[in-house]
Design a protein around this ligand. Structure first.
Ligand SMILES: [Zn+2]
Ligand SMILES: [Zn+2]
Ligand SMILES: [Zn+2]
Ligand SMILES: [Zn+2]
Length: 319
């Protein structure tokens, strides 16, 4: 079977998609071929090729689609296909959380660290409700009015963030919460808004951090920061930052590591495939992996979640 797959590559079955990515369903379908005689499989492949050609699909050079058998994540990406960040005039430090689209870069390392640190917390509107104090004696969190009636909160437009179907506003920067408070909840005075916002800051409970340049796990934020700083100073840019590497690092954290290895052992033909994660998949997955498992059961669930979010990419080990 492997010989035929290798043949498929060398012999120019050239309708393989250039990305080299197969869905999990496709992988299962290909695995099922091992049940059949080689001659049948060959006929099927030939048949598939002639159909693809008669359908007028462009023939694609597929050699770039299959990385060599290095485990370095750098190999996953064809550098020509990735955008290089814009000219950075000496700004070597890039915010790894904002990503390429926002492209926040800094000349000064401390500014960069401050930016990265902002992503470790989040400001959530009305985090602790709209009243402060006890049931008998309370004040309005927005204006300090004592023992406000429910109707009072109408003047602060609280339904925008507090009603059951509203999505609570959240942001990464205090100044964005200050703006939100004055624009939507009609709170006046910058320092007053800042005090409210500070009270609504929630530090994320993370257990693990990772690097997008190399597969590594950190159990403290400042260690991760120091590590990534060195990469930037050695010339890495966000174009080299890789979602798969981020996930692989996080999967190595205590507990999850064992759960993930057990998951991989239970998979057929794992040694023949790479698992990759896209930037889109990373958005939901990364916070969950960083929060980490609390016990072995949640570690297994997290390993399942990580697998659900991946794509399977094949290479042929016989080369
Ligand atoms: Zn950022
Ligand atoms: Zn009020
Ligand atoms: Zn709000
Ligand atoms: Zn690294």
């Amino acid at each position: 079977m492997i010989a035929w797959l290798a043949f498929a590559r060398k012999g120019g079955f050239n309708y393989w998609p250039a990305t080299g990515r197969l869905s999990k369903e496709q992988v299962l379908a290909i695995s099922a071929l091992s049940e059949y005689e080689d001659s049948l499989v060959l006929d099927w492949l030939r048949d598939g090729r002639s159909k693809a050609q008669s359908d007028g699909l462009p023939s694609q050079e597929n050699s770039a689609a299959f990385p060599s058998n290095e485990t370095q994540a750098d190999q996953f990406d064809n550098p020509q296909t990735r955008n290089k960040p814009h000219s950075n005039d000496g700004r070597v430090y890039w915010c790894t959380a904002c990503g390429m689209e926002k492209g926040r870069s800094y000349k000064n390392c401390d500014d960069w660290k401050r930016e990265e640190k902002q992503h470790e917390a989040t400001y959530i509107c009305m985090l602790k409700g709209v009243r402060e104090g006890s049931a008998e004696s309370s004040t309005c969190v927005f204006c300090g009015a004592t023992n406000p009636q429910e109707s009072h909160f109408g003047i602060h437009n609280v339904q925008m963030c507090a009603s059951s179907n509203a999505k609570q506003f959240s942001c990464k920067r205090r100044r964005d919460m200050v703006r939100h408070l004055s624009k939507y909840h009609y709170v006046h005075g910058v320092s007053h808004c800042e005090a409210i916002a500070t009270n609504w800051k929630k530090t994320l409970s993370k257990k693990a951090w990772s690097c997008g340049f190399c597969v590594k796990t950190f159990t403290a934020f400042h260690e991760r920061l120091k590590h990534v700083q060195v990469h930037f100073e050695q010339g890495k840019t966000l174009a080299d930052w890789d979602a798969t590497t981020v996930v692989q690092g996080l999967l190595q954290q205590p507990r999850l590591d064992e759960a993930w290895k057990a998951k991989m052992l239970s998979m057929p033909s794992f040694e023949l495939s790479y698992l990759t994660w896209t930037d889109t998949a990373l958005k939901d997955l990364q916070p969950r992996l960083e929060e980490g498992p609390s016990d072995d059961i949640s570690a297994r669930a997290l390993a399942d979640t990580a697998y659900e979010a991946c794509e399977v990419k094949w290479w042929f080990g016989s080369d």
